[in-house]
Design a protein around this ligand. Structure first.
Ligand code: FPP
Ligand code: MG
Length: 374
């Protein structure tokens, strides 16, 4: 475990997380906004620690485990930012930001069980520490707490929470079962991203408008921004998966690829493979040497007992070289270009918003999402 004190850790977190450098955000209105949001984030951080208290000893420890392990708090930040279009950081805005972040946290516990992930936020995943049942139940407890917070904000908030929860679950379900006959695999994949990530980011941004009493006309553009930037975020993740990562993440390039997780570079590569022999050969090598390289047969025995073939498990160097080849392939360049297109469309959706610090910050946020490398 890597205990840290979140409130002390935050500081000028907005500037760091949204890419709001002093140089770009220099007017007095900008500075006042950044200050208000950073103060709000400190309130949210303290509130989160309060909201995940449980009388039960195990629940008390397991619920705060991933909260204290880190996280960028992107969703609360968006709530506090869009709230600047209304009355600012009101008590209700802080409560909504907490509920959204706790919902996100809950989903991570479940996701790591489903993905059989070893690590999250630089620490062993919850199920690696306590097993699947405790991890799943911890996610449920957190979701219950998030729902209680939303209930305090009225029926509209509960409906928004329920709708978002449904989309998160459907996104995970559709990702799990994959495209059905007649579905376009890429359209299916993008819909999964919009549901499992875009929906909660959109709800975070929408909450800032609703609970600050901002002009309701801002809701639709802000929701569209959130959905689209969520898709852009996930597409960049697909590209980052193929890149060397900072040592502290414990991630090797091609983690998703090795686990056989569907990503847009792989879907685009499959498209290329239909008409291009080199792409078809790369796809075949990925499926033969990379995807199964971490499978149970490979771990137990270098001979693939499933196929009964005498197959030598490829070396780390071979796998790394194949991952690098996909990274340099047109399929990955196209994925990055697509991420940029979603980010541009997200920014275009902001057209009805007034010019000023909030629009500037959301635009910078969109750029930061597609520029990030880890
Ligand atoms: C991470 O995806 C997963 C999500 C963004 C959504 C997960 C949603 C659920 C488990 C359903 C909702 C459940 C509750 C309790 C609210 P990823 O695996 O692509 O990303 P990763 O690299 O962060 O694991
Ligand atoms: Mg996952």
């Amino acid at each position: 475990m890597k205990p840290s004190h979140p409130v002390a850790r935050r500081g000028s977190s907005l500037a760091a997380n949204l890419g709001l450098s002093e140089r770009v955000f220099a007017t007095s209105a900008d500075k006042a906004m950044v200050k208000a949001i950073d103060a709000g984030l400190d309130r949210v951080e303290a509130g989160l620690l309060e909201e995940v208290r449980f009388a039960d000893t195990i629940a008390d420890v397991s619920t705060r485990y991933l909260l204290q392990a880190g996280g960028k708090r992107v969703r609360p930040m968006l709530t506090l930012l869009t709230a600047q279009l209304g009355a600012g950081v009101t008590d209700d805005v802080v409560t909504a930001a907490e509920a959204i972040e706790i919902t996100h946290l809950a989903s991570l516990y479940h996701d790591d069980v489903m993905d059989d992930a070893d690590r999250r936020r630089g620490v062993p995943s919850a199920q690696a520490v306590w097993g699947n049942s405790v991890a799943i139940l911890t996610g449920d407890l957190l979701f219950a707490r998030a729902s209680q917070l939303m209930a305090g904000l009225g029926e509209g908030a509960i409906r928004m929470q329920a709708r978002t929860f449904e989309r998160l679950v459907l996104g995970q379900l559709h990702e799990t079962v994959g495209p059905q006959p007649g579905d376009d695999p890429i359209e299916h994949y993008i819909q999964v991203l919009a549901d499992k990530t875009g929906s909660l980011i959109a709800a975070a941004a929408q909450s800032g408008i609703i609970f600050s009493g901002a002009d309701p006309g801002f809701e639709a553009p802000i929701i569209e921004f959130g959905e689209k930037i969520g898709v852009a975020f996930q597409l960049v993740d697909d590209v980052i998966d193929l890149s060397p990562q900072p040592a502290e993440t414990g991630k090797v390039p091609g983690t998703d690829l090795r686990a056989g997780v569907v990503t847009l570079p792989m879907l685009r590569l499959a498209e290329h493979a239909r008409s291009d022999a080199a792409s078809a050969a790369l796809l075949e090598r990925i499926e033969r040497d990379v995807v199964i390289a971490t499978g149970p047969a490979a771990a137990a025995d270098p001979i693939d007992t499933n196929t009964m073939a005498s197959r030598i498990v490829p070396s780390k160097e071979t796998i790394d070289a194949i991952v690098a080849e996909l990274r340099e392939h047109e399929a990955t360049r196209a994925t990055l270009a697509e991420a940029h297109r979603w980010a541009r469309e997200a920014v275009a959706a902001l057209a009805p918003l007034p010019e000023g610090s909030v629009k500037k910050a959301l635009t910078r946020f969109a750029e930061t999402v597609v520029e990030r490398e880890s």
